[in-house]
Write a protein that binds this ligand. Structure first.
Ligand SMILES: [Zn+2]
Ligand SMILES: [Zn+2]
Length: 633
């Protein structure tokens, strides 16, 4: 906040007011400011000056924000980082690049954080010890550019460092200063400066084959002598990701193999840190690489003596071995591979260095599958519960259950329907008398679905009216299931339909008739042409058929292929068998036969079928048009 009560008289007694630069560090700037005013850092502190944009602006140490918004942003960001992420800053040891300092006599912000051990620009080691007096360089000194012994820091010399370490330092500096210079490689891509430092510390200490049991308690890591082995190892691992990480883990395991402690002990702290310390999403690349490695060694080296994954990994791993996934789902590995080929599970297969193939799957997706298995049902199950046939169900599904979806929303995968919604619909109507035969003035929903040719919207309106209580079923049809057993007053349904379709024609075109009956159009035209379905000609624009006429035709006929299905033989064999009995399909006059075998649904046919299949003629059921079971009347 900028102090609105600022008056010149309240300004402290600063003689010179140099502004910070856009890459300058907080302590370096304050020391430069103190030195310019012949003060010490603590005297500056007593004046209430600290590295904060409002404070610096109040003391006229920053220009107007409008003049240099980038500088204000830099100061604000560094101040915020100093406040919230204290662990980033190397407070006890001052370090610098002598070449940079010779080019520009200011102290860079990146020099003040941990593990920046090499100058990103010059590729030389940082310096934190005076070449003249041999003492560690202190912050408590009089001059920014001189050691506390008085020797000029710009005269120090430093040797070249490994290039991977220079690359790591450059990435660290970019992240600290928010310079989107270049995309950082995996696993650093999504890490901020603080997270990058934590990863460096982890890799450089835990992956050290000589590591102490609790290596994260690294003492004095601000000291270059302590920090460079850590950052160097981390850089080598990071820039050969993930192989470098896997090799380091192999090395650790090899070192512990002669001893009694197993993988669990060796990696106790490592994977505790991976799953508890690296919780942020940005670390997922690190965890995944570890899980890949564990997969190989769980299957291989560890399998003999420890078939279970370490518990922490069981609980937290994002990627798990295919064998573990199959076990958790209660399915075989073969079934898991089928789910994979159907696209239900995200997976990866990779080769171990020994050339073995390993399958890994995303663990969170298994949870989804499990939820599906318990909370959702297949379309077949929903059809059974509701008492609907397949064709009708396909047309009504998304109307009745808008939250039904295909697995993974993929067009070719099966439907999944929330069980609760299906059950809720069935519970709307309970405790009604059961009728063997509906009264004259009544009709079951099953019958309506079969013969009334209602549209999906009409069925939906009926179901909604029942749910709302404005339309009440009178009874249940004995032997029917689900909603198809609801029995209504015919007059109620007719008036519902009229309300919906006031003005809508009760006629269908020939192509529509073909669709309703499940015939191809040629057959539909043949039926009207030969008078089996009565069509009314409409001048030049074609013909139309009434819905009542369709209902009549459908009740009196059956497709040959459906009889063949009952007999379990080919259509040709079926037609020969029926011909022997003197039963023939529909035949017209003239040279063109009907392209489909359609039979009259009469008592002769019924008797023959009952005889062949050994059923009681009265109970015999034929599959009617479009897959609905109907009784032969
Ligand atoms: Zn430099
Ligand atoms: Zn010195």
């Amino acid at each position: 906040m900028i102090d609105q009560h600022f008056t010149p008289s309240s300004a402290p007694d600063l003689l010179l007011r140099p502004h910070p630069s856009r890459h300058e560090g907080p302590r370096g700037y304050l020391l430069r400011l103190a030195e310019a005013n012949c003060m010490t850092l603590s005297e500056l502190g007593q004046l209430g000056i600290h590295f904060d944009s409002a404070c610096l602006y109040r003391h006229q140490l920053l220009p107007d924000p409008a003049l240099d918004p980038h500088l204000h942003a830099h100061v604000a960001r560094v101040a915020q980082l100093a406040e919230s992420k204290g662990r980033v800053w190397n407070m006890h040891h001052a370090r610098f690049c002598p070449q940079c300092l010779a080019e520009d006599p200011t102290w860079q912000a990146s020099w003040e954080i941990y593990f920046l051990d090499v100058c990103p620009k010059h590729g030389v080691w940082m310096v934190d010890q005076c070449g003249s007096c041999g003492q560690p360089l202190k912050w408590k000194r009089d001059s920014l550019l001189r050691c506390q012994c008085g020797s000029d820091l710009r005269e120090e010399t430093s040797g070249p460092a490994p290039d991977n370490l220079r690359r790591l330092a450059a990435i660290l500096e970019d992240k600290l200063l928010h310079w989107p210079e270049g995309e950082a490689p995996t696993p650093l891509t999504r890490l901020d400066a603080d997270q990058t430092l934590r990863l460096i510390r982890f890799l450089g200490t835990h992956m050290d084959p000589m590591a102490t049991p609790r290596p994260l308690k690294l003492r004095n890591s601000g000291n270059l002598e302590r920090s460079w082995p850590v950052s160097t190892l981390a850089a080598e691992i990071i820039f050969q990701w993930p192989e470098g990480f896997h090799q380091a883990l192999n090395q650790l395991q090899a070192n512990s193999s002669g001893e009694k402690k197993g993988l669990r002990d060796t990696f106790q702290h490592a994977y505790t840190y991976l799953y508890k310390g690296f919780k942020e999403a940005g670390f997922s690349d690190v965890r995944k690489a570890f899980e890949e490695w564990i997969t190989v060694h769980w299957k291989g080296g560890v399998a003999g003596r420890n078939r279970r994954l370490p518990e922490l990994i069981q609980k937290n791993a994002q990627w798990i071995p295919g064998t573990v996934a199959a076990h958790e789902l209660g399915i075989s590995l073969k079934q898991l591979r089928r789910l994979i080929t159907e696209g239900n599970v995200e997976w990866e297969e990779f080769l171990s260095t020994a050339g073995r193939k390993f399958l890994m799957v995303r663990r969170d997706q298994l949870v989804q599958i499990q939820e599906q298995l318990s909370g959702e049902i297949t379309m077949e199950k929903a059809m059974e519960m509701l008492g609907l046939g397949k064709v009708r169900m396909q047309r009504l599904l998304t109307l009745l259950f808008p939250s039904a979806r295909r697995i993974w929303d993929k067009e070719h995968l099966p439907w999944r329907i929330p069980r609760g919604e299906v059950e809720a619909l069935l519970e709307v109507v309970t405790d009604l008398p059961v009728l063997t035969i509906a009264e004259e003035h009544q009709v079951s929903l099953g019958y309506v679905l079969k013969f009334w040719h209602w549209t999906g919207d009409e069925i939906l309106a009926l179901v909604e009216a029942v749910k709302a209580g404005t339309l009440k079923p009178q009874a249940f049809q004995d032997g029917a299931r689900g909603i198809s057993r609801w029995i209504f007053e015919v007059s109620q349904l007719r008036s519902l339909q009229q309300r919906l379709n006031s003005g809508r024609s009760n006629w269908v075109s020939i192509p529509e008739m073909a669709r309703i009956l499940g015939l191809n159009q040629q057959v539909a035209y043949w039926l009207t042409h030969h008078g089996f379905v009565h069509a009314e000609r409409l001048g030049h624009i074609g013909s139309r058929v009434s819905r009542e006429e369709l209902e009549r035709f459908q009740q009196k006929h059956v497709l040959g292929k459906e009889i063949a299905a009952i007999l379990g033989c080919s259509s040709k064999k079926m037609s020969l068998m029926l011909a022997e009995q003197g039963i023939y399909p529909l035949r017209g006059e003239g040279p063109n036969p009907c392209r489909m075998l359609i039979y009259t649904r009469d008592s002769e046919l019924q008797r023959f079928l009952a005889q062949i299949t050994g059923s009681d003629p009265g109970e015999f059921r034929l599959v009617g048009f479009r897959g609905f079971s109907v009784n032969i009347q």
